[in-house]
Design a protein around this ligand. Structure first.
Ligand code: GRF
Length: 191
């Protein structure tokens, strides 16, 4: 059994899809949700699924052990970021080589980097006049939105598109693709 930790600090709609996808999986299990934001929706999502939550704080994450001991104690073998906004410290990246992936709500390498999250991304895409946007799943290294790309899917930007309507399209793409992409990435590590 490969045990996944989902790092999330938002409403957790992706986390929910991921948990649902692996609920009855034969060899992959969501064993932990890691969160840095007290009160985040994802905490309730984890509680409803009876998945433990590890609340983390910045100093220890960035300048301490990066919670690597706690992750090991939970038997974590793969990390999935789903709305987690802190840059990962090298210590964590090194502890999980090619075993951390992220989803970004745009077509990287465009519209990535510090501060490019949520509605900021969609606003930038629309004001640039792009005709399409989409999602990118990529391996994580110590730079924002930088590691090798595993998967992309696109959607059109229609006349009158707003950041809110684009966000909805992107969420649908994320929910339908991310769990399956995670499954393949985990299986690649195992084989
Ligand atoms: C997603 O749009 C994801 O691309 C980004 O953060 C958002 C998380 O949304 N990295 P949710 O909390 O899963 O609804």
């Amino acid at each position: 059994m490969i045990q996944i930790a989902v790092f999330a600090s938002g409403t957790g709609t992706n986390a929910q899809q991921i948990i649902h996808h692996f609920a009855a999986h034969a060899s992959i299990k969501v064993a932990l949700v890691v969160c840095n934001k007290p009160g985040a929706g994802v905490i309730d999502v984890a509680a409803s699924a009876h998945i433990p939550v590890l609340m983390i704080e910045k100093e220890k994450f960035l300048r301490g052990n990066a919670y690597t001991d706690e992750l090991r104690a939970h038997g974590i073998g793969f990390i999935v970021l789903a709305g987690f906004l802190w840059k990962l410290p090298p210590r964590l990246v090194v502890a999980f080589p090619n075993k951390i992936i992220n989803i970004h709500p745009a077509l990287l390498p465009k519209y990535g980097g510090k501060g490019m999250y949520g509605h900021f991304v969609h606003e930038a895409v629309i004001s640039a006049g792009d005709k399409e946007s989409g999602i990118t799943v990529h391996y994580v290294d110590e730079f924002y939105d930088h590691g090798n790309i595993i998967f992309q899917a696109t959607c059109t930007i229609d006349a009158g598109e707003t950041p809110a309507s684009l966000a909805q399209k992107i969420h649908l793409l994320e929910h339908s693709h991310y769990p399956g992409v995670i499954e393949k990435a985990v299986q690649t590590v195992k084989s």
